[in-house]
Design a protein around this ligand. Sequence first.
Ligand SMILES: *[C@@H]1O[C@H](CO)[C@@H](O)[C@H](O)[C@H]1NC(C)=O
Ligand SMILES: *[C@@H]1O[C@H](CO)[C@@H](O)[C@H](O)[C@H]1NC(C)=O
Ligand SMILES: *[C@@H]1O[C@H](CO)[C@@H](O)[C@H](O)[C@H]1NC(C)=O
Length: 561
Amino acid sequence: MKIYLKKKIIATLVLGIVLFIGSFLLILSIANKNKNYAVEETIDDILNTNDEHMNMFNNDENINVDFDRTNPINNKEDANIDNENVNYSNEIQYDEEAEERESELYLCNENLKMLKDKLNSTMRENTKKENLMENFAYKYLSTDIVFNNFVDIRNRAELHTMLWRKIYGDGPYTSATPDINDVILNPGSLTGDKKLLAILHKKLYPWLYEKFKSPSSLLRSFKGKGIVICTGSYHFRFARSTVDTLRNVIKTKLPIEIMYVGLSDLSEEHRKELESYENVFCTDVTQFFDNDIIFISGFAVKPFAALASRFEEVILIDADATYIHDPAEWFEDEEYKKTGALFFKDRTLYPGPHGGSEWIHEWMVEPSEYAKNSRFYNELSAHEIESSTVVINKSKRLLGMLLTCKFNEQKIRDRVVYQKVFGDKETYWMAFDMAKEPYSVIPHPIIYIGEINYGEDIEDKNQKQLCGHIGHTDRNGRIMFWNDHIIKDKHEPKYSNQLLRFEGWFYEDLENVEWTDTFHCANIKDDFPINEFTQEEKDIIKSILDRELEKKFVLNAGTSY
Ligand SMILES: *[C@@H]1O[C@H](CO)[C@@H](O)[C@H](O)[C@H]1NC(C)=O
Ligand SMILES: *[C@@H]1O[C@H](CO)[C@@H](O)[C@H](O)[C@H]1NC(C)=O
Ligand SMILES: *[C@@H]1O[C@H](CO)[C@@H](O)[C@H](O)[C@H]1NC(C)=O
């Protein structure tokens, strides 16, 4: 506490000196109107002029400067007074500092916002005040990210995008993008905007440069287009069936990369089985990034798998997503070509304020057009996007891809994100929005597909229902895929050995369709129109079902089909 105060006094003194020198230089520069310093040079001037003062509150001379807020923040974490349910009044000895830190963080965010606005404005005035602020920014950005402060994360992410685009352009980025490695390889020699970016980049993505030593080695590591499927031995039977359908029924030409989480996740036998298909590769996703920070598990494997994958353009699909047309068609989608990212809507469920909407309202400022009009943001649904398929062009949308992964880092996901939303599924659009990266969403609602029943699993035996799966059409309204495979209900033991009957489908319709409690069936009115499949669709579905009946990838016993 004493040292803390002492540091504060020194910092204030330094600020005073800097301000004094600042005003002196300002007068000089006004006197010398013609000499128009570039902003970056002036920042460096300030840094050099005040180097010895800087060092007074740096414990470390390199880029990881230890601003006097760093330790208290870490203490805050260690003392475990960071989660929402904490009763601060029980932590009396921390109270005062906690409040102080809160207000400091608030000030930091305000300053950062000003800095961001300044960098974004074309009128970049060269005043000392701004230089000081930039100077302050170096210090501030060097501090650790507090995992649950999404206002702070958002400010940093926006600034990161802004600086990245200013220095490296709007993309697409390649290993040949000039100076792309500077932020990682030569941080010590950087100045001005590049130095800011280097600090930010490293703080936001401390796990990124493990296998890849630089941005260009990451960008060099992927090329072409392909499908990525995450599976361990647990979902192996679905993955094999899906790979088989894609290769032998849909006959896609796309290569397929299977991503698993360490050798114990997917057995060697299962890997061999999958790799026996043409152009299928199995990859251990834990070999790429610092897994002590991200600790890949569960849903979080998906965005990291997309990032690590050997493909530049990735169609990330669930192991049990059943496609009836070639997924490669997503690459032809007009909006995907424009934006470099394509997502799909989830069901409309649970209207009204929800934890997730309250949370994003705290940090999502200036949302994109999509986000601003989304059901989630407007509290019309607690679900917005579902991630059984996600399409991303990584060289175009590198920044969105990286930030999506950040949302799925262990601490951030476990303590914040997955508490607010279900798994990884909402993190793509939220992170793209935060990174100010464009994305597109197929505008149609989700479809419901399956068999027509009466009163299944409910009391009213006359109630007409459609029982089955949710899926998606393309932009032209043509069915592309559905989730949860071709068995009737993988979650329900009595149905998990039966194939679903594919008798019809319809788009989500809130007026006329009502889910049953289990979401296995939807109740519909007798005259509610159910779309029939085209002959082509019927033929493809029959081929997929016949193959399952022959090979028994998933059905391990008899079937009612
Ligand atoms: C927090 O702790 C104080 C004192 O121990 C107690 O009076 C108060 O009710 C607690 N608040 C909550 C929300 O638990
Ligand atoms: C940058 O400025 C432009 C024009 O003033 C504005 O439309 C845009 O939203 C700003 N971007 C950010 C990230 O603040
Ligand atoms: C993905 O991005 C790369 C780099 O811009 C580009 O060459 C490629 O055409 C893009 N793919 C699509 C389908 O837009």
